[in-house]
Design a protein around this ligand. Structure first.
Ligand code: UT7
Length: 337
């Protein structure tokens, strides 16, 4: 008779990180040439100056970005790729729904028969994946898991829709999580939330029947992201701050205890408002939206990798990951690294 397993006492560590962004740039000046907008409007409303854009003619895609980011994360972690038990990719812009992007990336990176799946939580996809992967390691189901967040948003933009297309860019970021004997390392508090009632505020219709009643399918381009920007903004600005508050409270710590807030880059004004509400100093809430725009699930892991490359987010630090996106979904993950 098999006995119920007692979870082994173990911590979880982020062993390595990597990122990949395409070389192609789409600046505000480029957008001025193809739509009625201005650099001044975009910078003032969003903080964005340029974003990166995949070039399919060079073979750039979600698969190539994830492959590059994951390869770099494996190198950074110093593990052998055969140690990876599972690959989780948060994306809403995989080339196909079958097979999962993760299966194709696993093949390219050489992960053998490691499990692989995609996770659909839009801009929250990476943080959702991070929480799930962490808990699978903590309870002893896996020892090493790779989590990637990636979106190729320029492929789902309608550049005649200026209220949406100025925001988004392409990027992937990856982390390698592994079990450690140091039980102080890992998640102290986390949250996964969704509100499906608000799905029509941010959606990607494939067919005419996907379009909600309040929108006219003849006035939009199928296969491109639709967003009620102002509604999403209002919802997100409160939710973002509440999520930080909820996570701090669950962990029983103060905002000032957290060394770094690694947040989804949705809008610089939104980050600023959360920062002010909690009195967080500027250098403890990273911003790179000026260079990349909103990269959906790619935003948070790219921020983490950039922070690590300048010596921040070190072992022992308290780091909070925060994201918000389509679904609507929102999620957080507070780590002792
Ligand atoms: O990560 C996924 C979650 N998504 C988000 O977090 C996005 C949240 N939303 C936002 O960041 C903001 O709503 C936007 C930046 C998208 C838009 O800013 P806004 O201040 O909410 O503008 P708005 O949509 O209310 O539009 C204000 C005006 C309108 O003109 P009128 O009607 O006042 O004459 C728009 O037509 O700005 C106009 N407008 C633009 N003007 C120049 C909209 N887009 C543009 C543009 N350039 N690109």
């Amino acid at each position: 008779m098999s006995m119920p397993q007692t979870p082994p006492a173990r911590g979880v560590t982020i062993l390595g990180t990597g990122r990949a962004v395409p070389e192609g740039r789409l600046t505000n000046q480029d957008l001025e040439k193809i739509m009625d907008t201005s650099d001044e409007w975009i910078v003032q409303r969003t903080g964005i100056r340029e974003r990166r854009k995949c070039d399919p003619s060079k073979g750039e895609s979600a698969v190539s970005l994830c492959t590059d980011a994951l390869t770099r994360a494996i190198e950074d972690s110093g593990i052998d790729r055969s140690e990876i038990d599972l690959l989780v990719i948060g994306t809403v812009t995989g080339e196909m729904t079958c097979p999962a992007t993760a299966c194709r990336v696993g093949k390219r990176v050489g992960l053998g028969n490691a499990g692989a799946f995609d996770l659909l939580a839009a801009c929250s996809g990476f943080v959702y994946g991070l929480n799930i992967a962490h808990d699978m390691i903590r309870v002893g189901r896996c020892r090493t898991i790779a989590v990637v967040g990636c979106d190729v948003m320029t492929e789902v933009m309608d550049y005649s829709n200026r209220g949406v297309s100025i925001l988004f860019g392409d990027a992937a970021g990856a982390v390698i999580l592994q079990a450690t004997e140091d039980q102080s390392q890992g998640i102290l508090a986390s949250a996964l939330h969704a509100n499906g009632e608000r799905w029509a505020d941010l959606y990607l219709p494939r067919r005419e029947r996907d379009v909600p009643d309040q929108d006219d399918p003849n006035e939009l381009q199928l296969g491109t992201l639709q967003m009620r920007g102002r509604e999403v903004y209002k919802f997100a600005v409160g939710t973002f701050a509440n999520l930080i508050g909820e996570t701090l409270e669950k962990a029983g710590i103060e905002a000032s205890d957290v060394a770094q807030y690694v947040c989804h880059q949705s809008n610089a004004r939104m980050l600023e408002s959360a920062r002010e509400r909690f009195g967080i100093e500027q250098d403890r809430m990273y911003v790179n939206i000026d260079r990349y725009g909103n990269c959906s699930a790619g935003s948070v892991p790219v921020c983490l990798d950039e922070l690590r490359s300048v010596g921040k987010c070190q072992t022992g630090d308290l780091v909070m990951f925060v994201a918000f996106g389509g679904g609507l979904t929102w999620a957080s993950s507070l780590w002792r690294l």
